[in-house]
Ligand binder design. Structure first.
Ligand code: PHE
Length: 384
């Protein structure tokens, strides 16, 4: 603490120290500062004791470090009361001085000890106050935590990946922004082809650049990358359609494309893969049927239905009382598509399929409106 050490020597009992105090006193006297004549030893001791009492009372009232600081300079500091009184020692007889010096020193030692105790008490109280202010009531009931959940689409996609991975299909990524060539032409839909009407899309301001309407251009990318190697991939991702948004159709949704190419790949392989998929996805013992269909990039083309998972084929609103749910479109890769993309149709054959995970989740969980998928209503996550 400032000033204390400087003076400590002067007050420590022992003649040498006391003498040094008087030396400085004599100096002061010669400089002509305070000198009171006729002061007795009793007077000084009395003054000292009074200062002690007063200092003790004031100290007990000090509550913070500013007040402590002020107290220190008032009583123990260089210009403090204790020092002030001791300046008068010069008026005492030389033999009296050490005795009074000892009293003064004892008082100083006492006050310093009390000062330290008071400082500790203040610090303790401050800590206590802080602890009380920051304390937590551990008896309060906790706030319920709502753990996050994966979106139904994500879960459905992951289920699909798992099932096809077991059959040796790799995930192949393909862009969402496509050219007219990849989205249509290389899939056997030249400009003006009537089938294009089924896949109207959003166009960019760059001519010929559009948002893909299906994951089928992923077939083209895979074939062009791997030809003439055999292929077994699935192509998941978002697709876009210029369509009125209704309970049954969105303008953005997911598809998972499948493509297998090799020598002697047959329609039976397609059926086997899709039946295995249906049993794993919807449960063992599903009944499936293949209806003839048309896609420009497959020949023959089919649509695959399974017996309704909600009513087991009896008829309900989800299957529109038909007993069947349409789950995907498929077929044998059209010879022209093989040829356009690097495979000799005389040597190679392949199958392809395309399914919509949201549509499948609708059916599996009995959700009645596809718009819930992207409307960001968290209650949707509670459905499964
Ligand atoms: N691309 C088709 C669609 O969007 C689905 C499909 C994919 C059909 C692959 C046959 C083969 O409807």
């Amino acid at each position: 603490m400032g000033g204390t050490t400087e003076y400590a020597g002067n007050f420590v009992p022992g003649d040498e120290c006391v003498v040094s105090f008087f030396d400085s006193f004599v100096l002061t006297k010669q400089e002509g500062s305070i000198h009171m004549g006729n002061t007795t030893r009793e007077d000084i001791v009395q003054q000292l004791e009074q200062v002690l009492r007063e200092a003790q009372t004031t100290l007990a009232q000090a509550n913070n470090s500013e007040q402590i600081q002020a107290w220190h300079s008032e009583y123990l500091g260089r210009k403090g009361q204790l020092t002030g009184i001791l300046r008068n020692l010069g008026s005492l007889a030389p033999e009296e001085r050490p005795q009074v010096g000892k009293v003064a020193n004892d008082i100083k030692v006492t006050l310093e000890a009390e000062l330290q105790a008071r400082q500790e008490a203040i610090a303790q109280a401050a800590l206590e106050a802080m602890r009380r202010a920051e304390s937590v009531d551990i008896t309060l009931p906790g706030r319920p935590q709502t753990p996050g959940k994966l979106h139904i689409t994500t879960r459905t996609l992951r289920d699909i990946y798992m099932i096809f991975a077991e059959m040796g299909f790799q995930i192949y990524e393909s862009p969402e922004v496509e050219t007219d060539e990849y989205n249509f032409q290389l899939l056997n839909m030249p400009p003006g082809h009537p089938a294009r009407d089924m896949w109207d899309t959003f166009y960019t301001t760059t001519p010929g650049l559009l948002l893909r309407t299906h994951t089928s251009p992923g077939q083209v990318h895979a074939m062009r990358q791997y030809a003439p190697e055999p292929i077994r991939v699935i192509v998941p991702g978002k697709v876009y359609r210029y369509e009125q948004v209704t309970a049954r159709s969105e303008s953005m949704f997911n598809q998972v494309e499948g493509l297998a190419i090799g020598k002697h790949v047959t329609f039976s392989d397609l059926k086997g893969v899709l039946m295995n998929y249906a049993n794993q996805m919807y449960g063992e013992g599903r009944v499936a049927r293949f209806r003839k269909s048309y896609f420009p990039f497959t020949e023959p083309s089919v649509e695959m239905d399974i017996d309704c998972v909600i009513c087991n084929g009896k008829g309900c609103p989800i299957c529109k009382y038909s007993g069947w749910l349409e789950i995907l479109g498929a077929g044998m890769v059209h010879p022209l598509v093989l040829q356009y993309n690097g495979y000799d149709p005389g040597e190679f054959s392949g199958f392809a399929f395309g399914m919509g995970p949201e549509r499948m989740a609708l059916q599996k969980y009995g959700i009645d409106d596809i718009r819930y998928f992207y409307s960001n209503d968290a209650r949707m996550l509670e459905r499964v």
